[in-house]
Design a binder for this molecule. Structure first.
Ligand SMILES: Cc1cc2nc3c(=O)[nH]c(=O)nc-3n(C[C@H](O)[C@H](O)[C@H](O)COP(=O)(O)OP(=O)(O)OC[C@H]3O[C@@H](n4cnc5c(N)ncnc54)[C@H](O)[C@@H]3O)c2cc1C
Length: 285
């Protein structure tokens, strides 16, 4: 299928890109790796008249670890996340998650910015960002602001990003505890039937001093499971508390039937991946 006609723009700075969006208005869309947007354009589900390509903006491509804070530029590809030795040490769950996205060809083009900004509940990075308690840096005509990943997602394809804002980076703290991203999919290259991101830190007394759980593709938005995370911190991580955390997460998911299976099957898959992720994260803590 062939997309509709559009004009192509390639600004060389973030300010120029924000300026172009302001000038071109609602007929313009930014394009990053194009691996979500181009398929939508080919299906004519998106018909932008102007594409503002972020590829030439070198400031948007970086991975830095400084003072316990990790900053990743929006145009950093999933392959670059996987290849960064510094990131693998500072937050190994990012590599574990990126390796489960699509296939190598898509990961060479797809960016972290496009993955989190898109608002597709099937994307893997949004739940990971909620689990990491990341902030998204947004640059717009009125300057820069930061929005928590846990407050960014409003509904499928609707986020707190204003139309004239560009996501420039994601930021989160270095994570030292146990981690796991477990994903159930039909085949290599597929989106999640259900996936779970879990971070657990063991305290000096052997209890759980920090817990964070988030889920992918089990509702309209990624789900940060606050109650389940708190319950693991309060009662430690044993068989009974894992049962309780899984039950708490299952009470907030709202999967819908589609070609990945009926809702009941997805609930079952969700409970399996979540239990596996908690057990693996705790064994690594
Ligand atoms: C066959 C296939 C399988 C896939 N499987 C998976 C999978 O299992 N898991 C997964 O997570 N993803 C999957 N993807 C999606 C892939 O990871 C995409 O590359 C990614 O989601 C979007 O990133 P992108 O850089 O390609 O963004 P684009 O397609 O360029 O953009 C996506 C959307 O985000 C907007 N956007 C992009 N960058 C910015 C920015 N910096 N600021 C503001 N808005 C921006 C664009 O305007 C557009 O609306 C798959 C894709 C394909 C084609």
């Amino acid at each position: 299928m062939i997309p509709g006609r559009f004009e192509y723009h390639q600004p060389e700075s973030l300010d120029a890109a924000v300026g172009l969006l302001g000038k071109l208005g609602e007929d313009a869309r930014v394009i990053a790796g194009g691996h979500s947007l181009i398929p939508m354009m080919k299906l004519r589900l998106a018909m932008p008249e102007h594409l503002v390509d972020l590829k030439a903006i070198t400031d948007l491509k970086h991975i830095t670890v400084d003072g316990g804070v990790i900053s990743i530029g929006a145009m950093t590809t999933q392959a670059e996340l996987i290849g960064s030795a510094e990131l693998a040490l500072a937050a190994p769950i990012v590599k574990e998650t990126a390796l489960q996205i699509a296939d190598p060809q898509i990961r060479y083009q797809g960016t972290i910015g496009g993955n989190v900004a898109n608002g597709d509940p099937g994307n893997d990075m949004p739940a990971l960002m909620q689990c990491l308690d990341a902030s998204f840096v947004l640059q717009g005509p009125d300057g820069q602001r930061e929005v928590s990943a846990r407050e960014f997602y409003e509904a499928a394809y609707f986020t707190a990003r204003e139309d004239l804002e560009i996501l420039s980076a994601v930021k989160f703290a270095v994570c030292s505890g146990g981690y796991a991203y477990e994903k159930q999919k039909r085949k290599i290259g597929d989106y999640a039937t259900a996936a779970a991101a879990v971070l657990l830190t063991k305290g000096g007394d052997g209890g759980c001093s920090h817990a964070a759980i988030a889920l992918t593709n089990l509702a309209d938005t990624p789900l940060y499971c606050e109650e389940a995370s708190n319950s693991l911190m309060q009662s430690g991580v044993d068989a009974a508390s894992i049962d309780g955390a899984v039950a708490s997460c299952m009470s907030i998911i709202e999967p819908v039937e589609d070609n990945r299976g009926p809702a009941e099957f997805k609930k079952h898959a969700a409970s399996m991946v979540l239990r596996r992720a908690i057990e693996l994260a705790w064994s690594r803590a």
